[in-house]
Design a protein around this ligand. Structure first.
Ligand code: BG6
Length: 476
């Protein structure tokens, strides 16, 4: 069997601290934004920027507090990831484990030690950690004191955190990412940047100001990474998935381009090193006044990313016709019109493998840098069969088609360096807080209300992914 995947292709999976670790106050950790998110409607409203209680409420269920207890169970989980043949595991560091309020003079040694142990364990099994600095993660104290990323002080504090972890893990981590799905800030500002809004505030002004601060912080992290770990690579991370115009009406086509630019805007700055003309015009037209210091332009220009990391779950569709706009897909934070040619997941996320090839080609055409698919997967409800196993053929089918589409993109000449599926083990859903929305090859016994033994069980997809990795993608 021949494979299109290059030697050394980085096969693996991706999880995030706030969705997996639990132990939300252990070993000195401070509160992180996700620790304030309950489930259901309340969660959705806070994620969009409605003010939450800044201390967890008595009697409320917060899924991140225990999550899947990866904090204590990572050694047993890594054994199974290694059995599947993982080359990499993408994780994030919880900022509030290292600097519990974000402002301490010295880092929290117990927090640093946890990641030492985690990375050592991965490396012992030949699995390289790929580390995201901020995956929907801000210490809550920084919301109270500064209003989070709306304040420029966050740049300084983030830079200090980034330098601390680069110095500490310089011999253990060679692949880094700055902000997970940086464009999520515009759609879920609390999740993406810890932003909450008071009545009457200019939400758009605040979001783009916070975006500027994150972009400068990202560039400064790139600079520090290159200085401290010269043989490391550091990338950005985009919630990708191109917009299709609903029809060939130029109005629809133009709107599709604009919608894509809402996301490209971030990566244009991180990868090309400057604000694009269309963004400047957007600021002008909307009367937004983004405060930038004199040195910012040079920082952005000098410290661009080494690779483009992206998540791909779905393509998106847009229309200028009010009637068509009645039929939106549910569950898609990017607000997409239902695409009549495509099926949807149980949560209303469009399933479009060819869209992955299209997206990868477009990203490469635009940036001419290596791409890293750092999230892709199917959130589904899994049922036990009579033998207490899980036959997740629907998941295998989704992943097979997307991996095939990725190999086509490689044939097209797109340099893709790795693929980390979301998420190799069931973890808490970011958008809904549910456990029932499962992505894993490994089942975790826990339900939406937090009941269950947390026992791990291999699903049918476990052996399938093992075979994919063993054959370097030839046998999907
Ligand atoms: C991405 C995030 O948006 O999608 C992950 O980076 C998230 O944190 C994943 O879990 C899947 O979304 P959800 O809402 O199904 O967990």
């Amino acid at each position: 069997m021949t494979t299109t995947f290059p030697q050394g292709f980085l096969w693996g999976g991706a999880i995030a601290a706030n969705q997996a670790e639990g132990a939300y106050l252990e070993d000195g950790k401070g509160l992180s934004i996700v620790d304030l998110l309950p489930t259901g409607e309340k969660r959705r409203s806070i994620m969009k920027g409605n003010v939450p209680s800044l201390t967890p409420l008595e009697g409320e269920f917060y899924p991140s507090h225990e999550a899947i207890d990866f904090y204590h169970r990572y050694p047993e989980d890594i054994v199974w990831l290694a059995e599947m043949g993982f080359k990499v595991l993408r994780v994030s560091i919880a900022w509030a484990r290292i600097f519990p309020t974000g402002e301490e003079e010295a880092p929290n040694e117990a927090g640093l030690l946890f990641y030492d142990r985690l990375f050592d364990e991965l490396l012992r099994y030949g699995i390289q950690p790929v580390v995201t600095l901020a995956h929907f993660d801000v210490p809550v104290h920084l919301i109270e004191k500064y209003g989070s990323w709306r304040h420029r002080q966050l740049i300084t504090l983030f830079e200090k955190y980034a330098k601390t972890v680069f110095a500490r893990y310089q011999h253990k981590v060679k692949y880094w990412m700055t902000f997970n799905e940086i464009n999520m800030l515009l759609h879920l500002p609390f999740l993406g940047a810890g932003l909450v809004f008071e009545e009457g505030e200019d939400v758009e002004q605040i979001k783009y100001q916070a975006a500027h601060h994150q972009l400068v912080a990202s560039a400064l992290a790139v600079k520090a990474c290159h200085e401290i770990i010269p043989d490391a690579q550091i990338g950005c991370m985009l919630a990708a998935g191109s917009f299709y115009p609903f029809t060939c009406n130029p109005e629809d086509v133009y709107q599709g381009m604009e919608k894509d630019r809402e996301s490209y805007f971030f990566i244009d700055v991180q990868s090309r090193g400057a604000y694009p003309g269309y963004a400047k015009r957007f600021f002008r037209d909307r009367g937004l006044d983004i405060q930038m210091e004199a040195e910012d332009a040079e920082i952005l220009k000098q410290h661009t990313v080494d690779y483009i990391g992206f998540s791909y779950y779905s393509s998106r569709t847009t229309s200028t016709d009010p009637e068509v706009n009645q039929k939106m897909t549910s569950g898609n934070v990017f607000g997409s019109v239902a695409n009549p040619y495509l099926a949807k997941s149980e949560w209303g996320w469009t399933i479009d493998p060819l869209g992955m090839r299209i997206t990868a080609n477009q990203l490469h055409d635009r940036y001419q840098k290596p791409l890293f698919v750092v999230e892709n997967g199917l959130g589904a409800h899994d049922e036990m069969n009579a033998d207490q196993g899980i036959d997740d053929d629907y998941r295998i089918d989704y992943l097979q088609k997307h991996i095939t589409a990725m190999s086509e993109a490689i044939e097209d000449g797109v340099p893709i360096i790795g693929y980390t599926c979301w998420a190799p083990i069931d973890i808490v859903s970011a958008s809904s807080g549910e456990m029932r929305k499962r992505y894993g090859y490994i089942y975790v016994d826990r339900d939406n209300e937090g009941n269950g033994t947390l026992q791990r069980i291999k699903k049918k997809s476990f052996a399938w992914y093992q075979k994919v990795i063993q054959s370097n993608g030839a046998d999907v």
